[in-house]
Design a protein around this ligand. Structure first.
Ligand code: PLP
Length: 407
């Protein structure tokens, strides 16, 4: 008899975005004349930078000719891209990350979800609340979380992010082995200072823990005092892996390209206390289960680092930032306390009521879709997330309607 991985049965059934889709579909059915504006899901809306498109086309033409065709490439990514990443994203910021510590992939979702495979089943996981659900669900599937009791998995160390701590979690009150951090944060839009991250790096070094640092929204940082990478923090290269993505920085959500940094200094221990290189383990895993990102996509990603590419990506970010500013000004103007929206595309809003109730209010009275904070964890209740990924016209129209509805 084929038996199943019963850990899957512990997953919480109602997936946030399908619940939202169901409520939106019902509203549209009842009000076919209303044009609903969606500021919920974090998907970009603008076309790829022209520099990326030109590189993409050129690479596709190369694929058409026997003499320039590319078959299987290196699983870890082509050197041209790994070197561009190491130089532009890390060495230029004074960190010592090298090209061979970069693993190119088809998404930070897969990487943040898959990385837990190289760690033991019985480690203690610390996860922020609210959180990007992938970190939690992949550990549920792997059997590390225990049962779901009263809204929380009993073996997880939850790192509460709330108004009191400025949505940057405090160190855990019990030992944790694997710590997920994400800054600028999805969903709260909060950022961490160098001092904040230093505390976590010091904790990890002291406790032989590993930090998984998700910097998918790094490109939105405009405050020059904020770190873009955890490797700007002393000692981080011994205890932290970093995840980056071209999805939000260059509009690659549908094109798919991202990367994970696994420094050679990072180790984990076996039961006998012998250290093992996480770089070697991830390399083994990546080469066994992944066959590389396509050549044209990697050429398109490389073009992000060209002079025009950098300029065009900055224009994209500036565009979304202007949307975020409209949302922030509107909601603060209406008297709501907000986080994010300055160094992040997300605005996290204290709705002063249950988050699904606030979601329904915005949908039914304004025809605007947001994301209820409760879908990201217990600490998200009472909040909603508004995303700046839409056209400027739509964001302005949505905020005008929200203003009329909530005034
Ligand atoms: N990490 C965070 C925090 C995200 O919000 C997202 C996407 O929304 C991702 C990772 C996924 O990125 P990718 O498109 O590279 O899979």
């Amino acid at each position: 008899m084929i038996t199943i991985n019963e850990n899957y049965l512990k997953l919480q059934a109602s997936y946030l975005f399908s619940d939202i889709a169901r409520r939106v579909a019902k509203f549209q059915q009842e009000h076919p004349e209303k044009n609903v504006i969606k500021l919920g899901i974090g998907d970009v809306t603008r076309g790829l930078p022209p520099a990326c498109i030109a590189a993409f086309h050129k690479a596709i033409d190369e694929m058409a000719d026997d003499s320039t065709f590319h078959g299987y490439g290196p699983e870890q990514g082509y050197d041209f891209l790994r070197e561009a990443i190491a130089s532009h994203d890390f060495q230029s910021r004074g960190t010592e990350i090298t090209a061979d510590e970069i693993f190119v992939s088809d998404g930070a979702k897969c990487d943040t979800g898959n990385i837990q495979e190289i760690f033991s089943e019985d480690i203690v996981i610390a996860i922020p609340d609210p959180v990007y659900p992938v970190y939690l669900d992949t550990n549920v599937m792997a059997g590390r979380t225990g049962d779901f009791v009263d809204g929380r998995y009993k073996d997880i160390v939850y790192l509460d992010c709330n108004k009191e701590n400025g949505f940057v979690p405090a160190l855990p009150d019990r030992p944790a082995d694997l710590i997920y951090l994400c800054f600028p944060n999805n969903p709260t839009g909060s950022t961490a200072t160098k001092e904040d991250l230093q505390k976590w790096v010091d904790y990890a070094r002291k406790n032989k823990a590993i930090i998984l640092f998700d910097a998918a929204y790094e490109a939105f940082i405009q405050d020059s005092s904020l770190p873009h990478s955890i490797y700007e923090i002393d000692g981080a290269e011994e205890v932290a892996l970093e995840f980056r993505s071209f999805s939000k920085s260059a509009g690659f959500t549908g094109t798919r390209c991202a990367y994970t940094v696994v420094p050679k200094k990072c180790v984990g221990w076996d039961k006998a206390g012998t250290p093992h290189s996480l770089h070697d383990m991830w390399n083994r895993r990546h080469c066994t289960k992944f066959n590389g990102v396509s050549y044209p996509v990697q050429r398109a990603a490389e073009a992000v680092y060209s002079e025009e590419g950098q300029k065009q990506c900055e224009e994209l970010i500036t565009f979304y930032r202007a949307n975020a500013e409209v949302v922030l000004q509107t909601m603060e103007g209406l008297g709501y306390e907000c986080v994010g929206g300055i160094n992040s595309p997300y605005i996290w809003i204290d709705g002063k009521m249950d988050s699904w109730e606030f979601f329904d209010l915005l949908l039914n009275k304004a025809g605007v879709v947001c994301t209820p904070g409760a879908g990201f964890g217990t600490c998200g209740n009472g909040y909603i997330r508004i995303s700046s990924f839409n056209s400027h016209e739509n964001v302005i129209a949505a905020m005008k309607r929200v203003k009329e509805a909530l005034r």
